[in-house]
Design a protein around this ligand. Structure first.
Ligand code: SAH
Ligand code: DHB
Ligand code: MG
Length: 221
């Protein structure tokens, strides 16, 4: 197995199913220009999120970790006319780039970008009764994934689809002795999710233009 074949197949899929328009390509360029990390999901993963959002009829989506709004834009484009996505970003500089991209995409009316630590922003939403969400995409800092799962479940209803990115980390998740807080966060998240009585869940591993990784998928019972 080599990365080559995965990349070629990924671009075969992307060419047929997940072509980037200038707005999405512009997000990637804006990250490069601002010297921000290229941690956006891939085009094929963006299309995957759209299919998931449509299949659960999502009208209200919550996203943790905006970066340049690449995944936000894919998700926002899956929404019906009156749909909304709230996306949470802790870093002011990331949020500024994201905001420009959302405007360029003509999606300001559908995207509510909130700047702050996800734990704080979600706790505030719970307090204000800003829920439930139809779909929640977790993609912020990995050490806090267990807390995000807990909050996500509180902001859910039966049928809510919860998806979390970066669950496999090139297989690092197998290392029970890992001292990497990101790996440990994801391991705890997986244990919580796999044993939680309130969800039906699994993990799919992914290969393609990004490194070998995976997404957790959970439906609230
Ligand atoms: N979802 C994006 C990628 C997100 S990368 C996409 O696919 O296009 C992870 C993002 O989470 C980074 O922008 C980082 O600043 C943000 N982040 C890190 N810690 C956070 C926190 N505590 N609360 C909210 N966002 C956080
Ligand atoms: C990292 C974060 C992500 O969300 C991602 O998709 C890839 C890498 C990171 O922080 O290393
Ligand atoms: Mg990610």
């Amino acid at each position: 197995m080599n990365r080559h074949i995965f990349q070629h197949v990924d671009s075969y899929i992307a060419t047929a199913f997940a072509n980037e328009d200038p707005v999405l390509a512009g997000v990637i360029n804006s990250l490069e220009a601002a010297n921000l990390p290229q941690h956006s999901i891939s085009p094929v993963q963006g299309k995957f999120l759209q299919v998931m959002a449509r299949s659960c009829g999502a009208r209200k989506i919550l996203e943790l970790g905006t970066l340049g709004a690449y995944s936000t834009i894919w998700l926002a484009r899956s929404l019906p006319e009156d749909g909304q996505i709230i996306t949470v970003e802790v870093d002011q500089a990331h949020a500024a780039v994201a905001n420009e991209n959302i405007i360029k995409g003509g999606l300001s009316s559908k995207v509510d970008l909130r700047v702050g630590a996800a734990t704080d922003v979600l706790s505030e939403m719970l307090k204000n009764g800003e829920c439930p969400f139809d779909m929640i995409f977790i993609d912020a800092d990995k050490p806090n994934y267990p807390d995000y799962l807990k909050l996500a479940l509180e902001l859910s209803k039966p049928g809510t689809l919860i998806i979390a990115d970066n669950i496999i980390r090139e297989g690092k998740v197998l290392d029970e002795n890992s001292e990497d807080e990101r790996v440990r966060g994801v391991q705890r998240f997986n244990r919580m999710l796999s044993t939680h009585p309130k969800v039906t869940a699994t993990v799919i591993q992914t290969v393609g233009s990004k490194e070998h990784d995976g997404m957790a998928l959970a439906v609230v019972n």
